[in-house]
Design a protein around this ligand. Structure first.
Ligand SMILES: *Cc1c(COP(=O)(O)O)cnc(C)c1O
Length: 388
């Protein structure tokens, strides 16, 4: 493949950081001066600010989003003997979190319009052992809170949100993280709110869960050298918290930039719909925070997803696939007993989805360039077909 220089990257974090670089450096300097690197002041300030921004009460910072899921589930007393429902088309960390607490993951298929968990399919796998459901607010769109709460109420289940892609997303009047008993966020650098390294947080309205989280991330410590649980070492660094606290006020603007970019993509891609290029559906209006902008290259397209991705790469346009292999088909998890064919929608999507460049600062002309490149790939293919 002809790999030209990248003209439009998939993400560009510099555009976010350069305008506030001085501010970020000062925040880091302040921590260096204060020296409270572990469980310091900036951490508690950021925990309070992020929990409030997410419409909840307590935030407990941890080392990653993966730890936020595993420790968060443990803090909610979900573990051995419990079944936990989650979508198969998620980032692998959702599944790993469930396995880490010793619970049994029960995978389900998704809605092909949105790629969000199919709650009707979820209803069919509920058993007396089902304790919780993990809705993944995939690509920045929340699983409908109204439907989720209804579902959880019907089957008497806990809701633990994987909000790693949905900082400040909204739907049905709820913020991501405020629907369930607790929720996990990730601050991986390219997430909507990203640190300068790894980071995560559990948010909750329940003071007991918050207290248990505070212990679990710190060796199960209730008072110094007194351990009431077999916890671990998973704290969000004060330095990372200081960076995140500085970035948090810009998040609403960055999210609304993402929404405008998505709206422009939607509009400009309309003419390509007849050629099988279909954007994932936004069912939450302005509440979608577009961590990713994902299109489907469906069966009516004369080209495959792979062909389109390769041609875009050759044009210097970087894209991604989130995710190319659903959890149930990953080699590490064959022991769960699932097979090819078990989740047809997720399996089909995995072959059709393509994530286009999406980040605050992506310009109108860059969006037009991406869309024009797709259109020209399609039209040259159609011309070739006509010549045969
Ligand atoms: C990023 C992500 C995670 C894991 O977060 P890390 O901070 O990378 O451990 C979990 N779930 C989803 C849906 C994610 O996108």
């Amino acid at each position: 493949m002809n790999k030209r220089a990248i003209r439009i990257p998939f993400v560009d974090l510099n555009l976010q950081h350069q305008p506030i670089q001085t501010q970020l450096e000062q925040a880091i300097q302040a921590v260096l001066k204060q020296g409270d690197f572990i469980l310091g002041e900036a951490l508690s300030n950021f925990e309070a600010a992020f929990a409030a921004a997410s419409g909840t009460e307590y935030g407990v910072g941890v080392a990653s989003g993966t730890d936020a899921i595993a420790l968060g589930l443990e803090a909610c007393n979900i573990g051995t003997g419990d079944e936990v429902i989650l979508p198969t088309n998620t980032f692998i960390a959702t599944l790993i979190g469930v396995l880490r607490v010793g619970a049994k993951p029960i995978l389900v298929d998704c809605d092909p319009q949105t790629a969000l968990i199919d709650l009707e399919a979820a209803a069919k796998v509920v058993t007396p052992r089902t304790k919780a459901i993990i809705p993944v607010h995939l690509y920045g769109q929340m699983v409908s809170p109204r439907q989720l709460l209804d579902f959880a109420d019907t089957y008497k289940l806990l809701i633990f949100e994987d909000a790693a892609q949905a900082h400040l997303a909204e739907r049905d009047g709820y913020r991501a993280g405020s629907v369930g008993i607790a929720a996990a966020f990730s601050f991986y650098p390219s997430k909507n709110l990203g640190a300068f390294g790894d980071g995560g947080m559990v948010v909750t309205r329940d003071p007991d869960i918050a207290q248990k989280m505070v212990r679990l991330r710190n060796y199960g410590t209730s008072q110094k050298y007194f351990h009431v649980e077999a916890g671990t070492n998973s704290r969000l660094d004060t330095l990372q918290a200081a960076v995140l606290l500085e970035k948090l006020p810009y998040l609403p603007k960055w999210n609304s930039d993402r929404l405008s970019i998505a709206q422009q993509y939607d509009l400009e891609l309309l003419p390509s719909a007849s050629a099988g290029i279909i954007p994932m559906q936004n069912q939450s209006d302005a509440g979608h925070v577009y961590h990713l902008y994902v299109i489907k290259v469906d069966e009516s397209c004369p080209l495959t997803r792979q062909q389109i991705q390769d041609k875009l790469t050759a044009e210097g346009i970087q894209t991604g696939i989130h995710y190319p292999i659903p959890c149930h088909l990953q080699p590490a998890f064959t022991n769960l007993g699932y097979q090819l064919g078990d989740f047809p929608q997720a399996e089909k999507l995995a072959k059709q989805i393509l994530s286009l460049p999406m980040y605050p600062g992506l310009s109108n002309s860059q969006i037009q360039e991406v869309v024009a490149a797709i259109a020209s790939i399609l039209s040259s293919e159609q011309q070739q077909l006509l010549c045969i």
